[in-house]
Design a protein around this ligand. Structure first.
Ligand SMILES: Nc1ncnc2c1ncn2[C@@H]1O[C@H](COP(=O)(O)OP(=O)(O)OP(=O)(O)O)[C@@H](O)[C@H]1O
Ligand SMILES: [Mg+2]
Length: 399
């Protein structure tokens, strides 16, 4: 072979090999790139899914593992059988109350501990959310001014919450007779009312200022303030609670829930919820304590049906405060104290949320009014009791 021909052939082979190599690297580059795209796509899908789950959790305010966490944090998990036997098969004679969640039963656990057991009587998404929120919050919040959750039961068909037993029941039963009850309210005296106002204020102060982010109760009312044997008050029912905004002065937008007569006007109108919505509800409870009246009572004469609108003009007029005071309190309070408490209530129910005080301010204003050495309260007026009443226990059977 001619050398020239030899070199030309060698050149062609080299060109051919280079072409093959180049196309091979192109193919491997393409393969690598497609693999990269595939992996990237997968990762981003997964993080989207995670984000969606996180968002869903944030929306409902529940973490997926909340119940599990609750168990780790010392809440007892009961079987339905255990709670069935604690309440004598949920006998009617053990019913101590009825709320939107379901019936509340008195119960005794195996170790002899007295408890109150709430049996959810309706299912659905909202009931389930309330149940989880109550367990999740009460498992991580600890304050002497909040009702303790002992444990829960959540088998496939039942949802039950087990609480410490508050022998003197809900505050509202002591201020006025509740619907369907023939219990004559054991009237609380002035000092007891001030002490209850302070305990409840401390409960809300804890939620708003000692928890981060703050917790907004959203259903603060007199039936959710429970009283123990010494009439110490604890705030209960966190099913509607909401985590507050991270930044000061912010709000959370949410559907309007709560109880008629207690819901702050701006929240009712816009759905913007802040800790100041709870302050408004607290003001309404303070008015109940001062007046012994129900927040909304359309059976009253015109202009007197809504407690806030009826009392507000009188609260800030020193001469007229006496007109709103519960007649059952006659002779028990000094006018100076009544005017001070009326002024706190007036601030709390201001229509403009920004003008309402912080719960820490309310606590500060009430502290000097509460007599430090008073630890027990015994109702002065005789009490007629029915078989379902906790008041009967408070007087007769507390050990
Ligand atoms: N831990 C408890 N100890 C003693 N009594 C309780 C306890 N929890 C609830 N009760 C009684 O049961 C009643 C009903 O309570 P529940 O929280 O179910 O409803 P509510 O507060 O009246 O209304 P809502 O369901 O709208 O909050 C209370 O008013 C109280 O008398
Ligand atoms: Mg309640």
């Amino acid at each position: 072979m001619e050398p020239e021909e030899y070199y030309r052939r060698k050149e062609r082979v080299a060109l051919f090999v280079s072409l093959i190599m180049a196309s091979l690297s192109m193919v491997s580059l393409l393969v690598a790139f497609s693999y990269y795209c595939y992996i990237r796509n997968k990762v981003s899908k997964r993080s989207h899914l995670q984000q969606r789950l996180d968002n869903d959790d944030n929306k409902s305010g529940i973490s997926n593992s909340s119940l599990q966490v609750a168990c780790e944090k010392g809440l007892q998990v009961f079987t339905f059988k255990q709670l069935n036997s604690a309440t004598s098969s949920f006998s009617k004679s053990n019913i101590i109350g009825q709320g939107a969640f379901g019936s509340v039963y008195r119960g005794v656990l195996n170790d002899g501990k007295k408890v109150a057991i709430k049996l959810m009587d309706h299912g659905g998404k909202h009931g389930e959310e309330e149940f989880k929120m109550e367990v999740e919050l009460l498992s991580r919040l600890r304050s002497p001014y909040l009702l303790s959750l002992v444990g829960h039961c959540s088998d496939s068909n039942h949802r039950l919450l087990v609480y410490e037993f508050m022998i003197n029941g809900g505050l509202q039963e002591h201020l006025y007779p509740t619907r369907g009850s023939n219990v004559f309210p054991s009237r609380l005296d002035w000092e007891a009312r001030l002490k209850i106002a302070l305990d409840a204020a401390k409960g809300l102060e804890y939620l708003h200022e000692h928890v981060n982010p703050p917790v907004i109760h959203r259903d603060f009312k007199s039936s959710n303030i429970l009283l123990d044997k010494n009439f110490h008050a604890k705030v209960s029912d966190f099913g509607l609670a909401k985590r507050g905004p991270e930044k000061a002065g912010g709000h959370v937008s949410t559907r309007v829930l709560g109880t008629q007569g207690y819901v702050a006007p701006e929240y009712a109108l816009t759905g913007h919820l802040t800790t100041k919505s709870d302050v408004y509800s607290y003001g309404v409870v303070l008015l109940e304590l001062l007046t012994g009246r129900v927040p909304v009572d359309m059976k009253r004469p015109q202009g007197e049906g809504v407690l806030v609108s009826w009392s507000l003009p009188k609260l800030t007029d020193r001469e007229r405060v006496v007109e709103i005071m519960d007649p059952a309190l006659k002779g028990q309070y000094s006018m100076k104290e009544a005017i001070q408490v009326a002024a706190i209530a007036a601030m709390c129910v201001q229509p403009e949320a920004d003008y309402r005080p912080l719960m820490a301010d309310v606590v500060q204003s009430l502290v000097p009014l509460v007599k430090p050495h008073r630890s027990t309260y015994a109702p002065k007026s005789p009490t007629t009791v029915d078989s379902n009443s906790k008041c009967s226990d408070s007087v007769l059977t507390e050990s």
